[in-house]
Design a protein around this ligand. Structure first.
Ligand SMILES: Cc1cc2nc3c(=O)[nH]c(=O)nc-3n(C[C@H](O)[C@H](O)[C@H](O)COP(=O)(O)OP(=O)(O)OC[C@H]3O[C@@H](n4cnc5c(N)ncnc54)[C@H](O)[C@@H]3O)c2cc1C
Length: 532
């Protein structure tokens, strides 16, 4: 690695320069704020600080691509780490610093739409814009974005591309990478590039740079603006089907995938635990066993035809159509997958992809895994990504308040191994699962990825310690051998511990509605003094 002589320290001179670039109000070194920016949505035990310098030295809020370029150039010249962050909802530590440095808050100010182009059917916006902002702006013009993450109310458009996610709409229109027309990216030395074209497809000769930055988890450059395809909206019609057993959905899902013309916008499922746990938590949930939600979109006549075909597939598999009201409810609530969390528990999904022909068998594996790892099941939810792939997100409850609660991650390792047996793999690498890179690709591809990183980021300043190597602050890489031992150890400890009961315990001690009511009663408002 070049750049051995760089100081890699955030000095007062660097803070001054940052203030010159973005203005004094947009440079923050406050201790409390730095602590908040030291992790993403996933809770991190304070012991993590022993391994990582996860608190950034400074938080910077740029407004323009030119400002990002100047900040990145400064990082390049000094060797200081720079960590791009959207709304930190990913949960795999992608936007968590591993060695301090500059935290680039892309969501605070770089959140404006540049253009909704209804003629060439694309939308261009700054990378920190939320999906909801884009969806609403396109809807107003009678268009929809191809796909987006379920976390769309907050998740940012640049970050989803960086994680190459799978989400609603993806079955019909493809996922993050498939809808990307153009990305404006700042490279590690501050150079600004456009990777494609705002109105033209990229299928021409030349390396496809659009795809290069998709899934790079912010390790190859900072995305500043994104252009995505949009599509004529027509109608959106969610339809709900109930099954006695989750595994019975496998047949109709495969029938849909093999049909030459039926192409729903979204195919998703939730098992009985998912609804039962919501009811236990005092949340209104439909009275269903296992639910298959198929959402159709387009011209009304075509939608009616597709629906009638899927009705027959479902009927043949012993399922039944249920009310439009339930279908609408589940579609509207698609961004609140972990609703039972309001009882104050942690809930984490093991996100894996498997081939659709193994769909029913993999359902059994998810339930087996809950038992084998002594988990407290949250529910088995997921979506069909494309004709051959399904994303399973079996989630579980865990104790976020104790270090031992971390052993619940054993289920993620366990399910990753099971997925591999069914032609699949775990999703997302971040810091903690970076060693999976060596497991999910052949050695030659991994070597090429690592040399690309070194070439594009020779001073190792762009989100270091992520994706190509999970790095601790002591420079020890969390490679596949170390993580393999850690995973085995975690699974071993988890198996000898008592079965998790955090959700059940919290139901007794945490009454959300009562607490809200008490808070209301005890709230004292004196005008001019704020709310206490
Ligand atoms: C309830 C819930 C539902 C979810 N549903 C889905 C889903 O359906 N599909 C799915 O794929 N994910 C889903 N997620 C995960 C997550 O929300 C998505 O990955 C989302 O796209 C992350 O966006 P963010 O702005 O929060 O990114 P962050 O967590 O801030 O960052 C994610 C990664 O992107 C990098 N990054 C951020 N901004 C930039 C940039 N401008 N340039 C370069 N790199 C950048 C970061 O460094 C980090 O590595 C869900 C999460 C929750 C909590």
């Amino acid at each position: 690695m070049k750049g051995e002589n760089l100081s890699r320290k955030v000095t007062p001179e660097i803070i001054n320069k940052l203030q010159e670039i973005v203005g004094i109000d947009n440079v923050n070194t406050n201790d409390m704020d730095r602590m908040l920016y030291g992790h993403d949505l996933a809770p991190l035990p304070k012991e993590a600080g022993l391994a990582f310098k996860n608190m950034p030295d400074v938080i910077v809020r740029p407004s323009t691509t030119e400002q990002v370029s100047a900040i990145v150039k400064l990082a390049y010249e000094t060797g200081v780490a720079i960590v791009p962050r959207g709304q930190s909802t990913w949960g795999l530590g992608g936007s968590m610093p591993t060695n301090g440095g500059i935290l680039l808050d892309m969501a605070s100010k770089m959140n404006n739409i540049v253009k909704v182009d209804t003629v060439n059917m694309s939308v261009r916006a700054q990378a920190g814009t939320s999906w909801k902002t884009i969806i609403d702006a396109c809807e107003k013009e009678g268009f929809l974005v191809g796909s987006y993450p379920s976390s769309f109310p907050s998740a940012t458009i640049g970050a989803w591309f960086s994680t190459s996610g799978i989400g609603p709409g993806g079955y019909k229109y493809g996922c993050a990478r498939d809808n990307a027309l153009n990305m404006q990216v700042v490279l590690s030395d501050g150079t600004i590039i456009e990777t494609g074209y705002d109105a033209l497809a990229n299928n021409m000769s030349g390396y496809n740079l659009n795809q290069l930055f998709g899934g790079a988890e912010g390790t190859l450059g900072v995305i500043c603006e994104c252009t995505y395809r949009i599509y004529p909206r027509g109608i959106i019609k969610p339809v709900a089907y109930e099954f006695d057993h989750l595994r019975d959905m496998g047949a109709p899902i495969n029938d849909i995938c093999k049909h030459p013309s039926v192409k729903p916008l979204h195919i998703a499922w939730s098992d009985y635990n998912h609804f039962e746990n919501q009811r236990k938590a005092g949340i209104h949930a439909p009275d269903v066993a296992n639910l298959l939600l198929v959402t159709f979109q387009g011209d009304e006549q075509f939608v009616a035809l597709e629906e009638s075909i899927v009705d027959k597939f479902v009927e043949a598999a012993g399922g039944r159509k249920i009310s439009d009201e339930i279908a609408e409810h589940e579609w509207e609530e698609r961004c609140y997958e972990f609703r039972a969390r309001r009882t104050g528990v942690g809930s984490i999904p093991a996100e894996v992809v498997v081939t659709n022909d193994n769909w029913a068998k993999f359902v059994d594996e998810c339930y087996e895994g809950y038992k084998a790892m002594k988990m407290e099941p949250g529910g088995i939810i997921g979506m069909v990504a494309d004709r051959s792939t399904s994303m399973f997100m079996p989630y579980y409850f865990k104790d976020d308040e104790s270090l031992l609660g971390m052993t619940a991650f054993a289920y993620n390792f366990y399910m990753g191994d099971r997925a591999a047996e069914y032609g699949g793999r775990s999703l997302g690498l971040g810091v903690f699962f970076a060693s999976n890179l060596d497991l999910i690709h052949d050695a030659g591809s991994v070597a090429l990825m690592r040399s690309l990183k070194t070439h594009l980021d020779p001073h190792d300043v762009i989100n270091p310690g992520h994706l190509v190597c999970g790095n601790t602050k002591f420079g020890i890489t969390l490679n596949k051998n170390i993580m393999g031992i850690a995973a085995k150890l975690m699974c071993g400890v988890k198996k000898i511990m008592p079965t998790n009961k955090t959700f059940e315990r919290n139901l007794k001690r945490f009454h959300y509605d009562d607490m809200e009511h008490e808070k209301d009663l005890s709230r004292v408002v004196e005008y001019g003094k704020g709310t206490e």
